[in-house]
Design a protein around this ligand. Structure first.
Ligand code: DGL
Length: 261
């Protein structure tokens, strides 16, 4: 039993789709969520910036008393996971696009991966495709603007619909039957993506797998349990504005505090 919280961070509120999965599997843990809204989006930032920022955030979360860290952001994982692991002693779960399960599921032999420009350009992603995508067509579709527009305009907005029209069309043209949601913001628009694809297309979101992995790590370290199911939301941006976005995404009012790592 260990009452310290699990730290979860993302560039913004995409990581709440991961937090939802963590709370569902591990409801008795406490969570400290940090949205680095001041630097949203991560998807178009230089790798060196993301690496330094990731290490800084992880160190501050460890100093704040976290017992484990979930990097709830594919872009931050791609750029900074190795540096964060080298710099902190915390148990860490990092997220990456589910290319392996997608390749195993596909019948058509063509999978689509929706992610940020930075994730798709990373060495880590290239390695993932080389390892698991052999003999398959892996269509990597960058979605610039999508994560921040989901937050600023809302998942059902005309601006988001327009971006999805543009980004989903190439996947349909290529006959993808499995689509990887390779950015934690995209589960917020999963229905809108599914609506644009043939019936039966499978969308893969890694939230549940991350929760299982976190449970294994906590159990192995004797860190499981001890919380009371509380979640604290913090941001490096404006808390009122972020609280309004949380309300729009979750349909639920939750307090948000300012925090600077
Ligand atoms: N949610 C983040 C991810 O999973 C990235 C969004 C952004 O560009 O900041 O990749």
């Amino acid at each position: 039993m260990n009452p310290r919280p699990i730290a979860v961070f993302d560039s913004g509120l995409g990581g709440l789709t991961v937090l939802r999965a963590l709370q569902a599997r591990l409801p008795h843990e406490d969570y400290f969520y940090f949205a680095d809204t001041r630097h949203l989006p991560y998807g178009d930032k230089p790798e060196v910036f993301l690496r330094e920022r990731g290490v800084q955030i992880a160190a501050a979360l460890a100093a704040r008393g976290a017992k484990a860290l979930v990097i709830a952001c594919n872009t931050a994982t791609a750029a900074a996971a190795e540096a964060i692991r080298a710099a902190t002693a915390l148990p860490i779960v990092a997220l990456e696009p589910g290319v392996k399960p997608a390749c195993n599921l596909s019948r058509s032999g063509t999978i689509g991966v929706l992610a940020t420009t930075r994730t798709l350009a990373s060495e880590r992603f290239q390695r993932l495709v080389a390892e698991h995508g052999r003999g398959q067509q892996v269509l990597a579709q960058a979605c610039p603007g999508l994560a921040e527009t989901i937050e600023s305009d809302g998942p059902g907005s005309a601006a988001v619909e327009g971006l999805l029209d543009r980004y989903i069309a190439p996947l349909n043209a290529a006959g993808a039957d499995v689509v990887v949601l390779g950015c934690t913001h995209y589960p917020w628009v999963a229905e809108a993506i599914a609506r644009r694809m043939p019936a039966g297309t499978q969308l893969l979101d890694t939230g549940a797998a991350v929760a299982r992995q976190l449970e294994r790590l906590l159990a192995a370290g004797g860190l499981l349990g001890g919380g009371s199911g509380r979640s604290q939301l913090t941001t490096s941006g404006g808390p009122e504005r972020v609280a309004a976005t949380v309300d729009r995404l979750f349909g639920q009012k939750m307090p948000v505090a300012h925090w600077e790592p």
